[in-house]
Design a protein around this ligand. Structure first.
Ligand SMILES: NC(=O)c1ccc[n+]([C@@H]2O[C@H](COP(=O)([O-])OP(=O)(O)OC[C@H]3O[C@@H](n4cnc5c(N)ncnc54)[C@H](O)[C@@H]3O)[C@@H](O)[C@H]2O)c1
Ligand SMILES: O=C(O)C[C@H](O)C(=O)O
Ligand SMILES: [Mn+2]
Length: 546
């Protein structure tokens, strides 16, 4: 190794801490620079977990785990892999929302992230090269911080979502953490509290819009593609006015993925298929209502709409099953504010005798009687008891998914939904929810969070060397998650449990890679798909260093 002893100890990809053997210590000049007793990885994991357990709040637990992450990636991921379901809400959503809101105040370490500024385009290539530091980068998660979860614009502080999503990629699907880069594109922020905060670490100006913004993103995309030819580019938490535009611009050119549009579409479709498995109802009989028809709402609607057509409905029949409700109420086609993604699902006023009154969710539910209600509105408590009871009065097993994150923004709690519908609602939530005991039955609550699917989707796509990520692969991912849950069990969840995340990420990866190879869009020849996927998997173990 060319690095000095200090460089080794300060490099989280090389550092083994107290697990450096005597021989390694002698070889790399580390003798006496660590406490004398040599620990195994298992010893280190035991010690770290005990220390983790002394932290009392989830925020403190996350800060502790991020210290390990900053110091030693193998140790961090070994520990994470042994406590996946326990750590997910700590490392990722919902606690990550707190660290994003307080990023500048809590800042201690850049966490190997890349900070690209719209005010300094000339340094972009050098920055990306320096950040990669000779590593072959296969996966980037990029955000511009404008639409973080449901908490909005956090400027540069949104970088934590890129770091957090990548941690889940590695824990769930075994993406090699030395082959990833978290990136934030800082185009400014419109949040006054940040602009007026003298500790804020991002650019202190309003968001740049229009051509200058799109040129900035494009320069990033082109530079990253040129530097890293085998790149899978994941977009996360862009604002509503840009997310779909960027996906449409790049999806047929490069291997790219928008998590909020496509990832959320897949997991919600998988959850609905799980719910229909339980109820025995048919996809083609459903009436779908999207509450909060923004990036995620429209992405999910698009996916379910495609599925209804695959299940046999004509385009027109399928379209007639969808209703979108946003701030204005039910969306009508004469509304000048409609986004391009909303337009295909907006209704005609002539369909309703009382169209002018359909300005609330409650009125829309009364008029339409949806069988599926999915919330991506960022508006907490909006699935009220009377709305839910109204829905349940017209459908035996209503499918109700309050998906807004983090916890404080959910449209309803799983517990209320189960109680208000006397156990009939088939529920999934965006954040983890405890099982609900009601009248002697324990209802397991599925988590419809894109984290259950994007790691496998990425692993499968990268392993297959696909030229693009297309609709067939996305559909294969959603379908591969069906059938994992046993629908005959009373109170069964509509999605598999996060405790099985590693297992079903593998299932998703295999299905996605198989779809790519079947379509013949793989760049490299692949004879054994499962082996190609398995081959890419990184495991958290110390390697002998040379
Ligand atoms: N569970 C998941 O996997 C998942 C994935 C993506 C997004 N989400 C959540 O979905 C929510 C929305 O995210 P997004 O990226 O789509 O944001 P977005 O800003 O693109 O969309 C939010 C939509 O809600 C609408 N809205 C706001 N107030 C409303 C009201 N009072 N009534 C009805 N609609 C209203 C907005 O006009 C907008 O169209 C967030 O809370 C996010 O955390 C969850
Ligand atoms: O990050 C999450 O937990 C899911 C989703 O991408 C979101 O934006 O809410
Ligand atoms: Mn997101």
């Amino acid at each position: 190794m060319k690095e000095t002893a200090q460089q080794i100890l300060n490099d989280p990809f090389l550092n083994k801490g107290t697990a450096f053997t005597k021989a390694e210590r002698a070889q790399f000049g580390l003798t006496g620079m660590l406490p004398p007793h040599v620990q195994t990885l298992a010893d280190q994991v035991k010690q770290a977990y005990a220390q983790y357990q002394t932290e009392t709040t989830m925020l403190e637990q996350r800060i502790f785990l991020m210290t390990l992450f900053n110091e030693n990636r193998v140790l961090f991921y070994k520990l994470f892999s042994q406590h996946v379901a326990e750590f997910m809400p700590v490392v990722y959503d919902p606690t990550i929302a707190d660290t994003i809101e307080n990023y500048s105040a809590l800042y201690v370490n850049p966490q190997n992230a890349v900070f690209l500024s719209i005010d300094d385009l000339d340094s972009m290539k050098t920055t990306l090269t320096n950040a990669a530091d000779g590593r072959e980068i296969k996966l980037i998660v990029v955000t511009d911080g404008e639409g973080i979860l449901g908490i909005g614009d956090w400027g540069t502080q949104g970088v934590d979502i890129s770091v957090g999503k990548l941690m889940v990629y590695t824990a769930a699907a075994g993406i090699d953490p030395s082959q990833v880069l978290p990136v934030v594109l800082d185009a400014g922020t419109n949040r006054d509290s940040l602009l007026n905060d003298d500790l804020y670490l991002g650019n202190r100006h309003e968001r740049v819009r229009g051509d200058r913004y799109y040129d900035f993103v494009d320069q990033f995309v082109q530079t990253a593609e040129a530097l890293f030819p085998n790149l899978y580019l994941h977009f996360e938490d862009f604002g509503r006015s840009n997310a779909a535009n960027l996906l449409n611009k790049y999806k047929d050119q490069i291997v790219t993925f928008n998590d909020d549009i496509q990832g959320t579409g897949i997991i919600t479709l998988a959850g609905i298929m799980g719910a229909l498995n339980i109820s025995g109802a048919k996809m083609t009989d459903q009436v779908y209502m999207s509450f909060g028809a923004g990036t995620a709402g429209a992405g999910i609607t698009h996916r379910i709409f495609e599925e209804m057509q695959q299940a046999g409905l004509s385009e027109q029949e399928a379209r007639s099953r969808f209703y979108m409700v946003d701030k204005q109420g039910l969306l009508f086609d004469d509304d000048p504010e409609l986004t391009p993604e909303q337009k295909p699902f907006a209704r005609k006023r002539s369909e309703f005798a009382n169209a002018a009154e359909l300005t609330t969710l409650e009125a829309a539910v009364k008029a339409i009687h949806p069988t599926i209600l999915v919330g991506t509105s960022t508006q907490p408590g909006t699935f009220t008891e009377s709305i839910v009871k109204e829905m349940a009065a017209h459908t035996e097993r209503p499918i109700i998914f309050p998906l807004s994150n983090p916890t404080k923004l959910a449209e309803a709690t799983a517990e209320d939904l189960i109680k208000w519908t006397d156990g009939q609602a088939l529920v999934a939530t965006g954040i983890p929810a405890a099982p609900v005991d009601y009248h002697g039955v324990t209802y397991e609550i599925g988590q419809a969070n894109n984290a259950l699917v994007y790691p496998g989707l990425g692993l499968g796509t990268i392993a297959s060397t696909a030229k693009v990520l297309n609709d067939e692969m996305i559909s294969a991912a959603a379908h591969s998650l069906g059938g994992i849950v046993d629908p005959t069990e009373v109170g069964a969840a509509v999605l598999p449990p996060v405790t099985q995340l590693e297992v079903f990420s593998q299932t998703v990866a295999n299905a996605v890679a198989e779809s790519a190879v079947k379509q013949g869009i793989n760049k490299e020849p692949i004879t054994d798909i499962k082996q190609a996927v398995a081959h890419l998997k990184w495991v958290p173990e110390y390697k002998t260093v040379q």
